[in-house]
Write a protein that binds this ligand. Structure first.
Ligand SMILES: [Zn+2]
Length: 87
């Protein structure tokens, strides 16, 4: 009878230890293995802007966007460099 009581107490203590281990070690480990890479991906996606719209290009002088076929920039009216038209 005494042995059974000890066993129950030990079993409960072991259960508490296992629960504590899961809470203290496994959960952060899962967070590290699953959540952190996802967060890193999201952060990288936010850091890298979407590729520029291929139908427009940006003026190096006034930073305005014009259509890729335009011959002059809208705001500073500087001529479009011929190299920028190629594509
Ligand atoms: Zn310009």
């Amino acid at each position: 009878m005494f042995d059974l009581a000890v066993g129950v107490v030990v079993g409960e203590a072991l259960g508490a230890v296992v629960t504590a281990l899961v809470n203290d070690l496994l959960t952060p480990l899962i967070a590290a293995l699953v959540v952190l890479p996802i967060n890193a991906l999201i952060a990288r996606a936010r850091r890298d802007p979407a590729p520029a719209d291929p139908t427009t290009k940006k003026c190096s002088e006034c930073l305005s966007e014009i259509r890729i076929a335009a011959r002059r920039y809208a705001y500073c009216t500087s001529a479009v460099a011929p190299a920028a038209v190629a594509s």
